[in-house]
Design a protein around this ligand. Structure first.
Ligand SMILES: [Zn+2]
Ligand SMILES: [Zn+2]
Length: 118
């Protein structure tokens, strides 16, 4: 294996690893996913995490970004959290996602329900 091959093998592994880290959870809702990604990686001023979540969890929701823009998230992912999902329990740490209400839905999970049963 030449140095070039080793370098590209490592690169491929890193890409795969970052893919896993930014993969939305099996039933992770858009809000919890965005919180997690912005907390870990920050916002780059675009809807990149929203788009990534949509591709994985709600591929049919083609108009999702436009819809969120109409709701006040005109430019980026943190605006989605601030303007579209402002209702988050007052906490200093991220709560585990209570689960996407149903497949393909961009509604946030019900964290109150989780807290009541916990
Ligand atoms: Zn932002
Ligand atoms: Zn959630």
């Amino acid at each position: 294996m030449s140095d070039d091959n080793i370098a590209s093998a490592i690169e491929a592994e890193l890409i795969e690893l970052s893919g896993l880290l930014t993969e939305p959870g099996e039933r992770e809702c858009l809000r919890c996913y965005l919180l997690r990604m912005i907390y870990e990686f920050g916002c780059d001023g675009t809807h990149r995490w929203t788009t990534r979540w949509r591709d994985a969890r709600a591929p049919q929701a083609r108009g999702l970004v436009r819809k969120l823009q109409r709701l006040g998230a005109c430019c980026c992912d943190c605006e989605v959290l601030l303007n579209v999902y402002p209702d988050y329990p007052d906490t200093d740490r991220l709560l585990p996602c209570a689960g996407q209400p149903h497949r393909g839905s961009c509604a946030p999970c019900n964290l109150r329900l989780l807290r009541r049963t916990a």
